[in-house]
Design a protein around this ligand. Sequence first.
Ligand code: ZN
Length: 327
Amino acid sequence: MALVTSTQMFKKAYDGGYAIGAFNVNNMEIIQGITEAAMEEKAPLILQVSSGARKYAKHVYLMKLIEAAIADAEQSAGFDLPICVHLDHGDTFELCKSCIDGGFTSVMIDGSSKSFEDNIKLTRQVVEYAHDHGVVVEGELGTLAGVEDDVKVAAEDSSYTRPEEVEEFVSRTGVDSLAIAIGTSHGAYKFTAAQCTRNADGILVPPPLRFDILDEVSKRLPGFPIVLHGSSSVPQEFVKIINENGGKMPDAVGIPEAQLRQAARGAVCKINIDSDLRLAMTASIRQYMAEHPDHFDPRQYLKPARANIKALVKHKLVDVLGCNGKA
Ligand SMILES: [Zn+2]
């Protein structure tokens, strides 16, 4: 099977009350861990690439690795693994065009830091080019706080999506899906201590997502796929392993998985997960290094790291996204 767009994935996800996982990739072990999990769970998949990941690994390596994952699923399991390759946070027309020309099946144009009119203008330009080439486009309204690769937004500059803007934005741009800001945040430090309460174990508890905004947006855009960025849950068991093995990540906190599951039941069709993959990999490598100070073959610590990513992704597909068995 060739790469697919997210059009059919989102339609089925919307009607079926689940969401597709959009996992960020930048090397072979991460791609293998994610795709093996999707293959075993028979889950449709979005692999997304940020401009930072593209600079790190080079476009051609990532495309060939993803093609290899599809070929491997077919050869080893006789399974057509549906994969959509998506540009995460494209910030210029040129970057989007380069990814479209290079074989991506979906791009995001993030004009959320611009004025409403400039966001529409830029997004419309990308949509025209993308649709001419059979590629779908995700736009964004509202601004998420946090740090992810080249995207850095201070909490005071973030803003929730204004539901009264979504219909005009979608109709004037022609986007295929829309990322909205309802209180998720990029990175492993999604909230400051001042924004949270603490539970009995001293772990930060973040403010709940603004489901009222999501409800209002989905009422105004019936049947239209909504996207959540910054939706890692920052599993505390990984943070603990990292901190117990030489790491220093105080107060790392994410979005509770029960809230993401709730969002996936409604109009949210795509949930972005990046930080959790990084934490799974880093926790595994830190623990391995601490337990085996004499080992120096990268395969020795990358093998359990890859297995940890696979286990995490399986959990997300089944318990958070609900997209297992939907491919
Ligand atoms: Zn994002």
